[in-house]
Design a protein around this ligand. Structure first.
Ligand SMILES: Cc1cc2nc3c(=O)[nH]c(=O)nc-3n(C[C@H](O)[C@H](O)[C@H](O)COP(=O)(O)OP(=O)(O)OC[C@H]3O[C@@H](n4cnc5c(N)ncnc54)[C@H](O)[C@@H]3O)c2cc1C
Length: 522
């Protein structure tokens, strides 16, 4: 078998890269170990027939507005999104709540219930930074990362930019303390900021945090997250590409310092006349498939030091006979209609403490809960009148007693505890309303897809040393590698984990450039 390009892994990034290259006229082969394409975009009937559960990603914040959706005509290829009007509801232990809206005025009105000053601050932030975020955020995601000096030089020119540079160096908690006075408003925004795994007291995240304050969206892929991957697969195949599932790549074949093909687990070989592209996280790609002996020592050291030690998620997938009705809705009815409900306690200090507990291997007993009901907006994901719910609680990968294996002895009790916590907010979710449930502890997530090392959902910690120009490694953020003809295209590259296909898009641009193919987009 001979192809121009071989892509290892059919996560949405691998498929997006393959789709761009196929559309550029190249002969492309995508190899996927699992029987299904999608990786972190995976939808499975894991409880009862007809109940479609999104095992990993549920919401694709950036996809519908991304160049990928437009360039690859994903809507024409069957990928459709619905947009809940009420985005998220943060519910506090006293059953007061804040609902998140995409319209800034509506959002400010919601904040004014807690603090008129905070509502004014929010309006001023939108005025000062809204346009800047709109103009820069997506372009920065869908292009290779800028060197820190270029970014800083640009920002140093204005007062707003200089403020951003300081916030960049700050922590989410310090930024919130600087901006807002109401504890509820801070808790509401803090739970948004930590969604990519940042600890609340971690330095160096301010910039992205501002995006999380000012921008809100919750697009849900109709039919389940996997439909995005299936749509991308259709684009690849429509342009002559081949996607093979149930096919594990064992080795990347080298001739001298050039990647020339792959070998499968069963010994079959395929040749790549131009390049091999890997969707797999660095240790598997370079230490596993290439081999340390073929890498420059300094690069191999960087690969070994790539880290995935942040928090993980403890997940419950439920089949429900009715949706939850929150006590908070008595005061704020749209809470019941929000795409997700977030219960993170009543103070910033509790969130900081919960992260500290997680770092010590203790699954938090307090709520760090996010509940999502895709079926409120896309009824096709469950039988008529029924619902699916996903319950996320932030948790460690290794527990204090027993490490990763320790989960097996505590998961049933922990699941029951979380359901009790949830029920204290939504009393109608009694046992009889739960038709079936599957428990997915952090080790199950890794077993489902070992790209999520230690259950870290963003394919390697998104800490300042592994973001932007430093993702995955300083000097190697251009999707190229020290092996000629070997490229990187996964969430371990800029702009990082999450479903946005940024890495697949940017890798394709680098490859098209290097091989002088027709860059038909942009
Ligand atoms: C519980 C959970 C919830 C999440 N929720 C969200 C969310 O709501 N929104 C969001 O944006 N993001 C979410 N994420 C993160 C998101 O799912 C991932 O960051 C993203 O899917 C990574 O995509 P990728 O294409 O880079 O890699 P992956 O999707 O991991 O793809 C890699 C692929 O490579 C395959 N593979 C591995 N080894 C081999 C081999 N040897 N040969 C062939 N194939 C191989 C794997 O099977 C996999 O399909 C969540 C993640 C988790 C774990």
């Amino acid at each position: 078998m001979t192809f121009d390009f071989i892509i290892i892994g059919a996560g949405h990034n691998g498929l997006a890269c393959a789709a761009y290259l196929s559309k550029a006229g190249a002969k492309v082969l995508v190899l996927e170990r699992s029987m299904q394409v999608g990786g972190g975009c995976s939808t499975v009937e894991s409880t009862l027939p007809g109940f479609k559960h999104n095992i990993c990603s549920v919401v694709h914040t950036h996809i519908p507005t991304s160049p990928v959706y437009r360039d690859l005509e994903l809507e024409r290829h069957g990928v459709r999104y619905v947009y809940p009007e009420h985005l998220r509801g943060t519910i506090f232990p006293d059953h007061k709540s804040i609902v998140m809206y995409r319209e800034p005025e509506r959002m400010a009105d919601e904040l004014s219930k807690f603090s008129a000053r905070d509502a004014r601050t929010f309006r001023k932030l939108v005025e000062d930074y809204g346009e800047f975020i709109d103009l820069t955020y997506l372009p920065l995601m869908y292009s290779p990362p800028l060197p820190p000096s270029t970014q800083s030089a640009e920002l140093e020119k204005s007062e707003e930019g200089r403020t951003l540079l300081q916030w960049q160096a700050s922590t989410p908690v310090k930024l919130l303390d600087e901006l807002f006075e109401s504890e509820e408003v801070k808790v509401h925004f803090l739970s948004r900021m930590t969604v990519l795994g940042f600890a609340p007291d971690q330095f160096g995240q301010g910039w992205i945090c501002l995006f999380r304050i000012l921008k809100a969206e919750a697009p849900i892929c109709v039919g389940g997250s996997q439909q995005l991957a299936l749509g991308l697969r259709r684009v690849v195949e429509a342009h002559g590409g081949v996607v093979q599932t149930g096919t594990e790549v064992k080795r990347i074949l080298l001739r001298g310092n050039r990647a020339v093909g792959i070998e499968l687990k069963d010994g079959t070989r395929a040749e790549a006349t131009m390049a091999v592209v890997t969707n797999l996280e660095p240790k598997k790609s370079f230490l596993g498939l290439v081999g340390e002996e073929f890498l420059p020592a300094s690069f191999a050291t960087r690969v070994k030091n790539y880290h995935s030690n942040g928090r993980s998620l403890f997940v419950l997938h439920l089949a429900l006979s009715e949706p939850p009705r929150y006590r908070a809705a008595a005061d704020n009815p749209p809470v019941n209609l929000a795409f997700s409900q977030e219960m993170f306690g009543g103070s910033v200090a509790e969130q900081v403490r919960a992260y500290q507990e997680i770092a010590m291997g203790r699954p938090p007993r307090n709520e760090m809960l996010q509940i999502t009901l895709p079926t409120l907006f896309d009824p096709s994901q469950a039988p008529a009148g029924k619902h699916t719910a996903v319950v996320w609680q932030y948790a460690p990968y290794r527990v204090e007693t027993g490490g990763a294996a320790g989960w097996k002895s505590i998961r049933e009790e922990y699941a029951a505890h979380l359901l009790d916590l949830w029920r204290s907010y939504a009393p109608n979710i009694t046992k009889d309303k739960i038709l079936a449930m599957t428990i997915q502890d952090p080790t199950d997530t890794e077993q489902h897809n070992d790209n999520f090392v230690n259950g870290v959902d963003v394919v390697g910690d998104m800490t300042p040393d592994q973001m932007g120009y430093f993702r995955p490694f300083a000097g190697w953020s251009s999707y190229r590698t020290p092996v000629d003809g070997l490229y990187m295209c996964g969430g371990y590259c800029h702009p990082g984990g999450g479903v946005h296909a940024g890495a697949g898009h940017n890798a394709a641009a680098a490859i098209v450039d290097d091989y002088k193919l027709k860059k038909w987009w942009g």
